[in-house]
Design a protein around this ligand. Structure first.
Ligand code: PRP
Ligand code: URA
Length: 209
């Protein structure tokens, strides 16, 4: 069964409130999405394995811990997931980055795939899929299905805001994928937007509306 972790650190709650406000412009929106993603990355990577290594400080030799085992891949769902990458690579600079392009057909709300480019050793990596919004869950479900078809085995999903409908759908469709979320909102409206949400994440990030 998937584990759903809400990361409700006060800094994340505070920044999410500013992100949600319709008065926040693209510049601040972009910066804050990146900051929240960085804060969330700290929690999402909490269980990465470490190994003991020997290092030499200016004082003496000592044993210390460093990340070991699988390397990380960050896979944003285009477009809006891109806005989370900058913050995450500040914490995980060695991560490789894949891209999956999906957009929702505004009438059917079904995701349409238009791009996929992944690190070639994706099957050996711990994959973190990023998308600010988990609405019906259709985009996340398809992105994860695509990743699995390309061989990815260890996948986690990280979103800023989720609707209960989307969380249920993705955790039922991919029971081996843990979900990390900054806020769980009330519901979806008749157009498939999250309520209260933040509006259209892609448009707000890139100033396209
Ligand atoms: C948004 C968002 C998710 C998707 C969520 O992208 O970034 O990818 O909708 O909706 P769902 O859970 O119902 O699938 P959108 O399709 O608007 O594309 P964009 O990022 O290019 O604007
Ligand atoms: N995509 C968005 O960008 N916002 C929503 O509320 C739902 C889907």
């Amino acid at each position: 069964m998937s584990k759903v972790t809400q990361i409700s650190h006060p800094l994340i709650q505070h920044k999410l409130s500013i992100i949600r406000s319709k008065d926040t412009g693209s510049k601040d929106f972009r910066e804050l999405v990146e900051e929240v993603a960085m804060l969330m990355a700290y929690e999402v990577t909490r269980d990465l394995p470490v190994e003991e290594v020997e290092i030499e400080t200016p004082i003496c030799r000592t044993k210390s811990k460093m990340l070991s085992g699988k390397k990380v891949a960050i896979v944003p769902i285009l477009r809006a997931g891109l806005g989370m990458v900058g913050g995450m690579v500040k914490l995980i600079p060695a991560a490789k980055i894949g891209h999956i392009g999906l957009y929702r057909n505004e009438e059917t709300l079904q995701p349409v795939e238009y791009f996929c480019k992944l690190p070639q050793d994706i099957e050996e990596r711990e994959v973190i899929v990023t998308d600010p919004m988990l609405a019906t869950g259709g985009s996340a479900i398809d992105a994860i299905t695509l990743l699995k078809k390309r061989g990815a085995k260890n996948i986690r999903l990280m979103c800023l805001i989720g609707a209960p409908e989307g969380i249920k759908a993705v955790t039922e469709a991919h029971q081996d994928v843990d979900v990390y979320i900054g806020a769980i909102d009330e519901k979806l409206n008749e157009k498939g937007y999250i309520v209260p949400g933040l509006g259209d994440a892609g448009d707000r990030l890139f100033g396209t509306k």
